[in-house]
Design a protein around this ligand. Structure first.
Ligand code: AMP
Length: 249
């Protein structure tokens, strides 16, 4: 069983993003970038499927700038077998990413595509669903458990207030939620080995896909700063403040 895992290079989750002075977006120059955390979970799941003898090959894919190679090397160090960089300077939107992935699916014929449930930079939460729509494949989104048996994927989904279990015919699309697993750290020997694993570079045009953005960002703004809290002396003080300052009672 071949597994395709799309991984996005995003601002590291430990970094507080800063809005550019002209409000056109978020500052990325000189900022630490890493693999989208949900994509690490997706890679981990694929590697576990390979360790169980279910997956035979894991192909990591990233659509982005040259430096996305580093993100792909991380996936290779975690256990992916080979990587494809779809090189573009355009900030590709979910529909563009889904079209690129559809073209790669036609080329690679994977049985399963495991994506992150969302990229933490733009919070779109759309690519997996769009890819399933474009391919006409079944989808199990927000997965907290995946079991493969008899040509089907049984996916436990995190839904509001509970869990839902769906059985999907393969090939299928799964998107990884936070509780699916805890991704491993790549060991030094595996980081060294990853350097020798194959990485192919293609352009969106080679795949016949036009990734020109369709959306225009009108403005990006920081959330309003919150005022520091105060410690009240007593319950009476609290009631007085709620009545006279907050005016909520
Ligand atoms: P989004 O729909 O943008 O929130 O992203 C959902 C998932 O789609 C991510 O977790 C990745 O698995 C995949 N994805 C989105 N953008 C890219 C990209 N540029 N390269 C590779 N994978 C991507």
């Amino acid at each position: 069983m071949k597994v395709l895992v799309p991984v996005k290079r995003v601002i590291d989750f430990n970094i507080k993003p800063r809005v550019k002075a002209d409000g056109t977006g978020v500052e990325t120059a000189g900022v630490k970038m890493s693999m989208n955390p949900f994509d690490e979970i997706a890679v981990e799941e694929a590697v576990r499927l390979k360790e169980k003898g279910i997956a035979t090959e894991i192909v990591a894919v990233s659509i982005g700038v040259q430096q996305a190679q580093d993100t792909l090397r991380t996936a290779l160090a975690m256990g992916a077998d080979r990587a494809i960089l779809v090189l573009t300077d355009v900030a590709v939107e979910p529909l563009g990413v889904a079209k690129v992935l559809k073209a790669l699916v036609a080329k690679e014929s994977p049985d399963l595509v495991i994506l992150g449930k969302q990229a933490i930079d733009d919070d779109m939460n759309a690519t997996g669903q769009m890819l399933a729509g474009l391919l006409g494949w079944s989808q199990g989104t927000f997965a907290s458990k995946i079991e493969i048996a008899d040509g089907r994927a049984v996916v436990t989904r995190e839904i509001d207030g509970g869990l839902e279990t769906v059985s999907l015919a393969l090939p299928a699309i799964v998107t990884a939620d936070l509780r699916l697993n805890e991704p491993r750290y790549a060991s030094l020997p595996n980081i060294m080995k990853a350097r020798k694993k194959p990485m192919e570079t293609v352009a969106p045009g080679d795949l016949g896909v036009d990734v020109t953005p369709r959306l225009t960002t009108l403005s990006v703004a920081e959330p309003p700063t919150r005022k520091a809290g105060v410690k009240v002396e007593s319950a009476a003080d609290l009631v007085a403040r709620l009545r006279n300052e907050a005016k909520v009672i």
